[in-house]
Write a protein that binds this ligand. Structure first.
Ligand code: SF4
Ligand code: SF4
Length: 385
């Protein structure tokens, strides 16, 4: 039985009645642009109708990818459509609806395993003798699910995702930081949170918050903006870890560089990066690349999205979004595209697999890996945690 009262309460709290007379964000919403059935207006209308169950049969319940791009176009700062969608999903998940996680549910299965019981993981086999880590200390590197992505995706995209973690450690070590890396860290819970599976998300939040607190860290650095954004929300949701959370490249930007650029390069930002940055993206790119690299979205003058949000979708629609993005980058003359989010990297890897993508002129690389391979010198300064 759908909880209509709760949906009405959420609508008031997130001020989404405004969406009923407004279509301003449809221009920037990657799903609205490709799926004529979906819009915030259509979603709110159905959610507040006498039969909100039609959200399920129409497919609208799971259409939004929680990217938050609509917030940038919304005239009312208090309106929070993505949070409304999340809350509505929660009411349906409570009645037994299962989010249709992409990739045959493999990533969500791993997350649920990590959430249940006292699992002992072997998640540090990617570490090498050349990288230094600690069991306790001021700075903690939150690896996220990269070791599991290796198992699930690396064969198919011909790329090991733990390269990102190794690159992050190398950069931290190069400026004299030996970070804590937790042997039993679990999934940050972001995917479950945004899909409305609060029970799984809360179990993951509780485990990580306790492990981070016990490590004595004051700063958590991440190489995945989704992890970073979720970890920043932990205290507000009642799971205090006592740390500041930063995106690793931003945390180190005053200590690394200059960065060598041999190719015309753009950066594909991610939907959850901005709140993790000390200034803004242009500021970060200015520090790292002396203004030679710009955001692809700024260059194209429109928001771009890899379509991955929460591993919810991996289908013809998201593949078309990825293909459009790669073609747009190539049409602007870029030969290199840097990603900041491992999920974007995985999905662009799928889009560029040889049987689907025969134009090899574009190199796609994760920003942390690129920095680790190309930083000419690292200054051994002190980082203000
Ligand atoms: S989220 Fe904001 S911009 Fe989008 S339809 Fe609702 S009120 Fe309009
Ligand atoms: S969160 Fe993203 S997909 Fe969902 S309505 Fe907003 S812009 Fe569209």
């Amino acid at each position: 039985m759908t909880d209509k009262k709760e949906i009405e309460r959420l609508a008031k709290q997130m001020r989404v009645q405004a969406c009923l007379d407004c279509r301003k964000c449809e221009e920037v919403c990657p799903i609205c642009r490709d799926n004529s059935e979906f819009s915030p207006q259509a979603f709110v209308k159905l959610a507040l109708s006498p039969q909100p169950e039609r959200l399920v049969s129409s497919g609208l319940l799971w259409a939004c990818i929680s990217c938050g791009l609509c917030r940038s176009a919304c005239p009312d700062e208090q309106t929070d459509f993505p949070e409304f969608v999340r809350g509505v999903r929660e009411t349906f998940v409570k009645t037994g609806q299962e989010p249709p996680f992409g990739h045959r549910g493999m990533v969500s299965a791993v997350g649920r395993l990590q959430a249940s019981g006292d699992l002992s993981q072997k998640r540090l086999s990617w570490l090498t003798n050349a990288t230094k880590t600690a069991e306790s200390g001021d700075v903690l590197y939150f690896v996220g699910c990269l070791p599991y992505y290796d198992v699930i995706f690396s064969e198919r995209i011909k790329k090991r995702l733990t390269q990102i973690a190794l690159a992050g450690l190398r950069l931290l070590n190069s400026v004299g930081i030996t970070p804590v890396v937790l042997p039993n860290e679990v999934c940050c819970g972001s995917d479950f949170y945004w899909m409305g599976d609060r029970q799984t998300a809360q179990s993951l939040f509780a485990k990580n918050a306790e492990l981070i607190r016990r490590s004595g860290a004051k700063t958590v650095v991440v190489t995945c903006p989704e992890c970073g954004s979720m970890l920043r929300m932990y205290p507000k949701l009642g799971y205090d870890h006592g740390c500041q959370v930063h995106y690793l490249a931003d945390f180190l930007r005053k200590l690394i560089g200059p960065v060598r650029l041999a190719e015309k390069t753009a950066l594909l930002s991610s939907c959850r990066l901005a709140p993790l940055l000390a200034e803004d993206l242009e500021g970060l790119l200015g520090s790292l690349f002396k203004g030679e690299v710009h955001s692809l979205a700024d260059d194209l003058n429109k928001p771009v999205c890899c379509g991955t949000g929460g591993w919810l979708r991996s289908d013809a629609l998201t593949r078309a979004m990825q293909d459009d993005l790669l073609v747009a980058a190539m049409n602007r003359g870029y030969t290199q595209l840097l990603t900041v989010c491992p999920k974007c990297r995985v999905h662009l890897g799928f889009a560029m697999r040889p049987e689907a993508w025969r134009r090899a002129e574009l190199n796609v690389e994760d920003l942390t890996v690129f920095l680790s391979n190309n930083v000419e010198k690292a200054s051994h300064g002190r980082v203000q945690a």
